[in-house]
Ligand binder design. Structure first.
Ligand code: GDP
Length: 444
């Protein structure tokens, strides 16, 4: 099992927290060392491990306790979420050209599984209902052309080849023309691999890229090479500009470091993973599923998620009561900003109101930025001012004081105050609508 050792290493971290009531700086020190050791042993690079551990510690200490959830369970969830982030958060699906054939350029060192990936990708595209063609642009190894031809037959897709004669940029260009003529949706180009990175290889890739302007440039890397894989992705990205990586041989006894660090180190996502030699052994890379496999604690994760959900709902109900009683103040404003930033309860409340959409990820990122801005001003208010926003609306001196203390302008403070009153008014109106509808529904 590929993450076996990592999973076991992390388990010792949770075990050390059994019986504690709350996560503290003191009691997480040992578990954090375990997490650090487990990641280093999985061949994740030191800078990545450092950032990871410090972020987990910070979140563990800042986390609100959740009713019914034990501290070690909460830590499992925090590590899970951080692993998902580390691996890029969302799945990075294949991109298709808006017009004309989608051109997927595959690069990689010899032996990593590049030719096999060509065939697997063709198989994957066929399953999506797309017509596909393989292109033999590795002219230096006649065996590579033969191998691709055999694989093409196996998958049932045409293979474009000009033998060992032509030049890869021209071959690829001709292949694109052929694909256009035949109305083929996507072509997968097998480029030359070498034992090590060298200038000739990079130059050729650059030329092929220039010749056809590919939709995707994917570097195939071997998971067994650990942090070296992440370094390769970085180098190729800097040298030729790539859109992502494909990680092969995840079924082998790799320690997992590559899967964990490629995105963080290179800035480029893993798009697919290979888990075997068969055609169907290529899958999209899902950071959340991968994190679950690392932790091997699906039940704990879903339990914590449910508990968090219940807590958010309780908070949402509280907030809703406030809104309806027109007492929405700066404390609520702050709480609500925090919730939106955490994908929390307001998005849910707003989602429940007819005609309003759920909050999107982009809006949430925006909300996070906004939160920091708003927080500094609200923190500069007195407890009384927070509870009675009217005080700030009525007094310019108070607004100036808040501005000075928070390092913002008077205008920014005025805008914040105005925004609170606007929100009050809006919420009242919306809640009126909901109540009205409920009343109508109740009469039916
Ligand atoms: P290339 O030199 O990069 O084109 O590599 P090949 O496609 O010829 O693959 C090299 C070897 O790795 C072959 O024996 C493949 O069957 C094997 N291989 C490729 N991908 C995987 C994978 O995901 N898992 C395993 N176990 N073997 C793989």
């Amino acid at each position: 099992e590929m993450f076996g050792q990592l999973t076991t290493g992390l388990e010792s971290a949770w075990n050390k927290l059994r019986g504690v009531d709350v996560l503290t700086k003191e009691n997480i020190a040992e578990p954090m060392r375990d997490i650090r050791r487990a990641l280093l042993e999985a061949d994740v690079s030191l800078p990545v491990v450092r950032r990871f551990v410090s972020s987990v510690s910070e979140k563990a200490l800042g986390a609100d306790t959740i009713k019914g959830v034990r501290p070690e369970q909460q830590l499992v969830k925090i590590v899970h979420d951080e692993l998902v982030q580390l691996m890029g958060g969302e799945v990075s699906d294949l991109v298709f050209a808006k017009s004309g054939p989608t051109v997927i350029l595959l690069a990689g060192l010899q032996g990593v599984g590049k030719t096999t990936v060509c065939a697997k990708l063709a198989f994957y595209l066929k399953k999506l209902g797309k017509s596909c063609m393989l292109v033999a642009a590795d002219v230096y190894r006649p065996a590579a052309i033969d191998q691709l031809t055999i694989l093409g037959k196996q998958v049932g897709v045409p293979v474009y080849s000009e033998g060992a004669e032509g030049k890869p940029p021209q071959i690829t260009k001709n292949a694109v023309e052929e694909a256009k003529r035949k109305n083929i949706d996507a072509i997968v180009v097998d480029t030359a691999g070498r034992l090590q990175i060298d200038k000739a290889m990079m130059d050729e890739l650059k030329e092929v890229k220039k010749a056809v302007n590919p939709t995707e440039v994917l570097l195939v890397v071997d998971a067994m090479t650990g942090q070296e894989a992440a370094a390769l992705v970085t180098t190729f990205n800097i040298e030729i500009g790539i859109t992502g990586a494909i990680l092969t041989k995840l079924d082998g006894d790799s320690r997992g470091g590559a899967a964990l660090s490629v995105k963080e180190v290179s800035g480029r996502p893993i798009k697919f993973v290979g888990r075997g030699e068969r055609l169907e052994d290529l899958e999209l890379f899902y950071p959340d599923r991968m994190a679950q496999r690392v932790l091997g604690m699906g039940d704990v994760l879903s339990f914590v998620e449910k508990a968090q959900e219940i807590m958010r709902q309780e908070e949402a109900v509280e907030l809703q009561k406030k809104i309806m009683s027109a007492k929405f103040d700066f404390n609520d404003f702050l709480k609500q900003s925090q919730n939106v930033a955490k994908m929390g309860s307001m998005s849910r409340v707003i989602g429940m109101i007819p005609g309003m959409n759920k909050v999107t990820p982009a809006q949430i990122r925006e909300a996070e930025k906004r939160l920091a801005f708003v927080e500094s001003m609200i923190n500069a208010m007195t407890a009384e001012e927070r509870e009675k926003p009217e005080l700030l609306a009525e007094s310019r001196e108070r607004r100036i004081r808040v501005a000075e203390e928070s390092g913002k302008t008077e205008q920014e403070v005025s805008q914040l105050v105005a925004q609170l009153f606007q929100m009050r008014a809006q919420m009242q109106k919306l809640m009126g609508m909901v109540q009205g509808q409920e009343a109508i529904a109740g009469m039916g």
